[in-house]
Design a protein around this ligand. Structure first.
Ligand code: FAD
Length: 422
């Protein structure tokens, strides 16, 4: 059996949902668009999975509620004539023939393909540690992972968890576990949490708070192996520094790898992702890529980047639908990178690029503080914890406009006002 669609999206995550909404806004006809997803549910707002345990239940967090747009339930796709093929892995794609083959044996032909396959969690085995399959070792990328993590957590209330990794998902998971009365130890090789973005000063603010909630930090070392009981359950983690921590559960958040394998050897890859131009078009004219898998030019940063952030997934997805549906009216994708995170009562956003020198501002003993990154005499990045919508908008504008800065100390003195009055 073979079906033909004008537009096919492979992958049914955040980007697929936002692309679908934009396709309908731009007049896609019934039966023109098909989304094929390995996940058994319609696209949802993936960030919800780590903000609290247990996370909200579907259908409340289908896309596109995260951007205050419509809630796209399975009925919405039906009403808009969008074919949603769920629980179905795409096994292979032939970009020359414009066909793809699904795990159920169906061949689907497309005129235009959008790759939105996202990424998968890196496994411990890739770093030489065995034990990912143990019943109390958890990862967190999709709804099934979240359900599993919550079940494990609920089976060990009052117990001990080790969270491996110090990125924002690990930090969010640690907070959600603590709120559920689990004793948490975080282990990561760097000197502080969120090393790719946070300065030591920003990191120590959050780490101090986490410590006040009972979280222990073991920095500068990595997991070397697990101890198992006779049922294959992990009972302790062994660290490279020789120490051992008894555990009831382990959460692993050590990064992701983009799902590019369907296209290796067929499309140009760079920086571990699928390279696209300013129209989000790959090295094949009929194929586009969006979200976590895409490496695209970010003019504001002066280089190509692959971003693993929900805002970039949403906006690349919306843009690609515009490019495809209204090519003459749609220009290149212009993007101001945004990463946000929420844990405990914290809420921070970072806009732009974290290159150059850092100027901290605000009250690092209170609840509102931030930082600017100044590179080659211009503000290029801005971070704010605890801002109002207006304040976040102001720091976004500052990172977008890149004002000249010749006196770093003065910018530090002005602090948030520098962005608010700029
Ligand atoms: P995804 O949403 O991962 O979707 C990819 C889809 O493709 C999945 O459904 C997958 O099953 C499917 N797929 C892959 N291969 C195939 C195949 N061969 N056949 C069929 N289907 C396939 N970002 C932030 O900025 N802030 C946050 O606070 C934040 N929190 C997060 C919390 C968690 C727990 C996670 C996991 C991510 C978080 N993110 C956050 C990142 C954000 O969710 C991602 O950037 C976003 O989901 C990327 O969207 P995407 O559509 O590219 O990929």
């Amino acid at each position: 059996m073979e079906r033909v669609f004008a537009y096919v999206i492979v992958g049914g995550g955040v980007a697929a949902g936002y692309a679908a909404l934009e396709f309908t806004k731009r007049g896609v006809s019934h039966a023109q668009l098909c989304i094929i997803s390995e996940e058994p549910v319609a696209p949802y707002e993936r960030p919800t999975l780590s903000k609290k345990f247990p996370p909200a239940r579907l259908p409340s967090f289908h896309t596109c509620v995260g951007a205050n747009e419509e809630l796209l339930t399975p009925t919405w796709y039906e009403e808009h004539g969008i074919e949603l093929v769920l629980g179905t892995r795409v096994e292979s794609v032939d970009v020359g023939q414009k066909t793809l083959l699904t795990a159920s044996g169906e061949t689907i032909r497309y005129e235009t393909l959008i790759i939105a396959t996202g990424a998968k969690a890196l496994k411990l085995e890739e770093f030489g540690v065995k034990g990912s399959e143990a019943e109390n070792v958890c990862y967190l990328r999709d709804l099934a992972d979240a359900d599993r993590l919550v079940n494990v957590m609920q089976s060990c209330t009052g117990g001990n968890a080790v969270v491996i990794g110090g990125g924002y998902i690990a930090m969010e998971c640690a907070a959600s576990l603590v709120i559920n009365k689990i004793n948490v130890t975080m282990v990561f090789p760097e000197a502080h949490c969120m090393p790719r973005l946070f300065t030591p000063k920003i990191a120590s603010y959050y780490e101090d708070y986490y410590q006040s909630k009972g979280v222990k930090f073991i920095r500068g070392t990595i997991l070397s192996s697990f101890e198992f009981d006779s049922n294959g359950k992990v009972t302790a983690v062994n660290l490279r520094d020789g120490s051992q921590i008894p555990v009831d559960m382990v959460v692993v958040g050590i990064g992701i790898r983009p799902n590019t394998s369907l296209f290796e050897g067929q499309l140009t890859m760079e920086k571990g992702g699928i390279k696209v131009n300013g129209k989000l078009q790959t090295s094949n004219d009929s194929v586009y890529a969006v979200g976590d898998v895409a490496v695209f030019p970010v003019d504001l940063c002066g280089r190509i980047r692959r971003l693993e952030h929900v805002d970039s997934a949403r906006k690349t997805a919306k843009h690609v639908a515009a490019v495809i549906m209204e090519p003459d009216k749609t220009g290149e994708f212009e993007y101001l990178p945004l990463l946000y995170s929420k844990a405990f009562s914290f809420s921070w956003r970072f806009y732009g690029d974290n290159a150059g020198e850092v100027v901290h501002f605000g009250d690092y003993l209170g609840t509102k503080f931030g930082a600017y990154w100044i590179n080659n005499g211009h503000l290029v990045g801005s971070f704010l914890e605890g801002g109002t919508e207006d304040e976040f908008e102001a720091i976004a504008n500052a990172a977008q406009l890149k004002p000249a800065v010749d006196d770093l100390a003065e910018v530090g003195r002005q602090g948030l006002n520098f962005a608010m009055t700029g």
